[in-house]
Design a protein around this ligand. Structure first.
Ligand code: AHR
Length: 323
């Protein structure tokens, strides 16, 4: 009897030890904690931005990265608050897509003092000390503005009365696209910008501002439109139609981004050209983030590859567009 008890006791002990080993094996020694990344996104102002946020969330999930995502609703103060909270939470890497170019230096200094590397995504920040961010991945916005102007110069035979819908004031894409556009058209004295105002990168504002442009004393002379993004151009197209004019014909339109809605408008003959600005940068971004977290060297500037699409390519390209 005593022997049987002893055997049962040792079996039970073996079982308990076995169970313990089992639970240990779920956390093998040397297992990595998932990378924790804080991302301060601009907002959800455009179709481009929605595609950009989706690409980033999807890629983080695919790599098992814990992403703390903050939508700043186009407000710099929300981004500054988000960065401070990422610092307090001791995330591994902070990613920032700055709403505007200036005013981030103090908070970026706080991140640096806390030893948390910062990666800029999509938009540049204007800082006097380049070591405040490790790398910047984004499009060449000046080049995009140049490409839009080159299209318009050719299409309008070097003579146009242009209305311009600008992006968010103080943002890198608004500043740079305007610069690139102006750099080209200044060489053509008959390419004139009659009016220029911000539509804040949104469809609703693009429509509202275009309505005001068309009602202004010079409105009847507009025969070309440069919109700093597709969403504003799509809003303006509505305003042009409501004013009894034909977008894409009475008013030649070029915009930037290359979203599906722009391809649909081109296929309908209402938009003449979209200059691509690729939002699907999740994979490239997290390649950089992982290297930065592993303290590997990365280039200080990484460009995104882009093209230009005109109305004659729209029908063929439309089914292939991913955003
Ligand atoms: O920063 C990229 C720009 O921001 C896109 O062109 C625009 O659509 C977005 O809102």
């Amino acid at each position: 009897m005593m022997n049987r008890l002893a055997v049962a006791a040792s079996l039970l002990a073996a079982l308990i030890i076995g169970c313990d080993k089992g639970s240990e094996s779920k956390q093998p020694a040397g297992a990595h904690k998932p990378l924790v990344v804080g991302f301060a996104q601009v907002g959800a102002e455009s179709s481009w931005r929605t595609a950009n946020s989706e690409s980033i969330k999807k890629e983080a999930a695919k790599r098992g990265i814990e992403l703390k995502f903050v939508d700043a609703q186009q407000k710099q103060e929300n981004q500054i608050k988000a960065i401070r909270s990422f610092i307090a939470q001791r995330v591994d890497v902070i990613v920032l897509s700055p709403v505007v170019e200036t005013g981030f230096e103090p908070v970026l200094r706080e991140a640096k003092q806390a030893g948390i590397p910062v990666v800029l995504s999509d938009r540049r920040a204007d800082v006097s000390d380049e070591s405040l961010y490790t790398t910047f991945i984004g499009s060449d916005f000046v080049q995009e503005g140049r490409r839009a102007a080159e299209f318009l110069v050719k299409k309008m035979n070097q003579k146009a009365n242009i209305a311009e819908l600008e992006g968010t004031p103080g943002s890198a894409p608004a500043n740079d696209r305007k610069k690139g556009f102006d750099d080209v058209i200044k060489n053509y004295p008959d390419m004139k910008v009659l009016m220029s105002q911000t539509g804040d990168f949104t469809r609703a504002k693009g429509k509202e501002v275009m309505e005001a442009f068309l009602k202004s004393p010079e409105g009847k002379n507009i025969n070309a439109l440069f919109a700093h993004n597709d969403d504003m151009a799509l809003g303006a197209i509505q305003a042009i139609e409501e004013a009894g004019l034909r977008p894409g014909k009475d008013i030649t339109i070029v915009s930037i981004d290359g979203v599906k809605g722009a391809f649909e408008a081109m296929a309908d003959g209402k938009l003449n050209c979209t200059v691509e600005c690729n939002p699907l940068i999740g994979p490239q971004l997290f390649d950089l983030v992982e290297k930065v977290a592993a303290k590997q060297s990365v280039p200080h500037r990484v460009n995104v590859q882009e093209s230009v699409y005109t109305e004659d390519q729209a029908k063929e390209m439309l089914p292939k567009r991913q955003y």
